[in-house]
Design a protein around this ligand. Sequence first.
Ligand code: ADP
Ligand code: MG
Length: 568
Amino acid sequence: MYMLEQGTITIHTENIFPIIKKSLYTDHEIFLRELVSNAVDAIQKLKMVSFAGEVTGEIGEPEINIAIDKDKKTLSITDNGIGMTADEVKKYINQVAFSSAEEFIQKYKASAEQQIIGHFGLGFYSSFMVAQKVEIDTLSYQPGAQAVHWSCDGSPAFVLEESPRTERGTTITLTLQDEEQEYLEPMRIRQLVKTYCDFMPVSIKLDGEVINRQKAPWKESPQNLTKEDYLEFYRYLYPFQEEPLLWVHLNTDYPFILNGILYFPKLKPDVDVTKGQIKLFCNQVFVSDRCEEVIPKFLLPLQGVIDSTDIPLNVSRSALTNDRTVRRIADYIAKKVGDRLKELYREQREEYIRCWQDVGTFVKFGSLNDDKFKKQVEDIIIYRTTANLTQATPETPPAVEVQSQEGDVWQEVTPASGEQQNPTSQYTTLKDYLERNKERQENRVFYCTDEVTQATYVQLHKSQGLEVLFMDSFIDTHFISFLEREHPDVKFSRVDSELDKTLIDQDKSGEIVDPKTNKTRSEQIKELFQQALNKPKLNIRTEALKSDDLQATPPAMVLLPEVLRRLR
Ligand code: ADP
Ligand code: MG
């Protein structure tokens, strides 16, 4: 072979190779991501020059082939892309961009936690993390180009010579270091391709078989995807999980580039909500399983994919959190999620209600944490209510006529029976609630935090024509205080609160069991209430009306004196 040139790789520091070998990335395995993404780039570049009319003849089916030779201990990656001329090898390979290398060295010393360097900036050289020798065999698409062979054994010395290669494209061959022999295992390569290169838009073959999925649904236009496409992609990303409730397709290129599909999962109690599950990609190259910095905190339990070239990958987590673009991306995501929920609320109310149990938690948490998001969703926060909204609300609630049911036990009185399972459970917004009840309740909201233990109280309110909202999810305790702050003119009363307060005043000793009846004080109260409710034709409303100031007196209070008198 005819020697073209012998020389020294131009780099700024002699120490670059030991650094690359030991510590460029903590994860050596990403060398494959780097080499495959270069191969994809080469193919894309070929398409571009071909499109510009610079290529004579067919460019053929683009593909990347990975081959393993266990005897020679080599791993090679071949593409039929643009190839390189001798000059290009000298320019792009021999000159490690020393500025970025130097920058990397400084950064590396500065923060050991960072795992990813400049945007694949030292990409090609990452192969020296696992290889004792790297060879490039390449033929450029340019007419009359001479194929060249470059090799380097990890010292700054390289050899560039002519090559007999006749197919356009590039083969990178790594002779693996002794301690990196795992990359000779097809299973290991398969797994790496699946992790990092699954959605790269070119078929990647190992032993002649395509091993990547290629299609990245998040890059598609949402109009081209069906519901089943979204579900199928979810199952692919998160096998064996319950179907997601809904999804949001992100698609923007201004003021930053961002694509992605985010799914609302059904919330499980064992999910660590502080740990994100969204996968971060950059140009369809998998970057990380964690991108908490880019996702608004209250949306961390979302799943799916985001892809952006505008998220800096070469900085530490704290720098990322403070990055302006990253903060704007997080805001954008929150906004898009809010928009999607509003759309669902407007256009598919039943579906919205179906998802509310889980989605409501995000929405409430988001409202507590993000002012902008709060403003966006405040009108679509809904509460399950005792009101029957299918019929027009009567002007004056009818007086309750409770049938005598002697001998009934406490549990059987619970009005909840059926209501929870009832698919026609009614929901209302706070605004509608206040509007509907403004005459009778003024600015007072009655709520129930436990449908079972507060059943009697709910029933009592209902029977007096007072509407009760159920605020019984785990986040509601915080959310009620939030609502109180947000609506200083509204009084929020838990259905049993006045009672409880009175009880505490009356009986500081707590749950003392009455030796005569063998019942605790609250059990006795419950019973008395029950009896009161079961009194034939007891017209609670009429009783209530006897009270001088009905508006200021919650209905439970109306009965209390009577109850307490009988308790004495
Ligand atoms: P980057 O990909 O960020 O440009 P790399 O170090 O990964 O940095 O690659 C350096 C350059 O080497 C590329 O920009 C490209 O010009 C050239 N190169 C690397 N691999 C190939 C390949 N398979 N085909 C053609 N050119 C390549
Ligand atoms: Mg690269």
